[in-house]
Ligand binder design. Structure first.
Ligand code: AMP
Length: 234
């Protein structure tokens, strides 16, 4: 299975991905997390993309696609090593038409294809409120919110004890730029996948557990909804 999670920043993609990957047995491919790890580790890739992330702009397609292909190779190696059908859960990728085309090509070369695309839909005013209060663990990436989901001990990650911080690109200016970018560049992708009958919208303005269950039910349905219509969409 190759499942793409789509939705603007603050829609809960990261939270849902960390719940769905183990539940569905998929390798997470979260390009934002991969870039942040590279920056933290001080690799050549990290040094190349650090300023771009801090500005809230998109990393070049060729750099991003190369990173994803590395993870697809890892899936192939794990299959060769006898692991049962390993697939991937994409979070934050693809973000442009050219990335979507490159993913289709990369999967086709491996005899595979995108299985389903889930769009997590949340009204814009709710997105801004969520992002302003978002905090993440600097060590393991666990996601918190000052109001809705604070760590048990302030500033300390429940999962690993790491420091819980505000991401540099969750400042109001960078948030606005990232949402503008999302609507300008990424939304045409929804049409791309809708036309292929792969897109299923899911209402993301509900408790975390319900959204997860809904996504699992959606991807386990034999044929995902192709219409893209949703009565609760604003
Ligand atoms: P995210 O954690 O998904 O919000 O990503 C954080 C940042 O990483 C983005 O603002 C971009 O600078 C970069 N990034 C993540 N995924 C991609 C992608 N698919 N294409 C280009 N840049 C990306």
């Amino acid at each position: 299975m190759h499942l793409i999670l789509m939705g603007p920043q603050g829609s809960g993609k990261g939270t849902q991905a960390s719940r769905l990957a183990p539940r569905l047995g998929l390798l997470p491919i979260a390009t934002g997390d991969l870039f942040r790890s590279a920056i933290k580790a001080g690799t050549p890739l990290g040094r190349e993309v650090e300023a771009t992330l801090a500005r809230g702009e998109l990393v070049a397609d060729d750099v991003t696609i190369a990173l994803v292909e590395e993870r697809l190779d890892e899936i192939a190696h794990r299959r060769e090593a006898g692991e049962a059908a390993v697939g991937a859960l994409y979070d934050g990728f693809p973000r442009t038409q050219s990335q979507a085309g490159a993913l289709d090509d990369a999967l086709a070369r491996r005899g595979e294809a995108v299985t389903a695309v889930v769009e997590i839909v949340v009204p814009t005013d709710r997105l801004v409120a969520r992002l302003a209060g978002r905090r993440v663990c600097a060590s393991c990436g666990e996601v918190y919110h000052v109001e809705y989901h604070p760590p048990r001990s302030p500033g300390v990650c429940d999962r690993c004890g790491g420091e819980v911080i505000q991401r540099p690109d969750d400042t109001p200016e960078a948030v606005q730029r990232r949402l503008d970018l999302y609507f300008a560049q990424t939304e045409p992708l929804l049409r791309y996948y809708r036309e292929r009958g792969l897109l299923s919208p899911v209402d993301g303005d509900r408790p975390i557990e319900r959204v997860t269950d809904d996504i699992v039910a959606t991807v386990e349905r034999p044929s995902p909804a192709a219409s893209g219509g949703a009565p609760w969409r604003s």
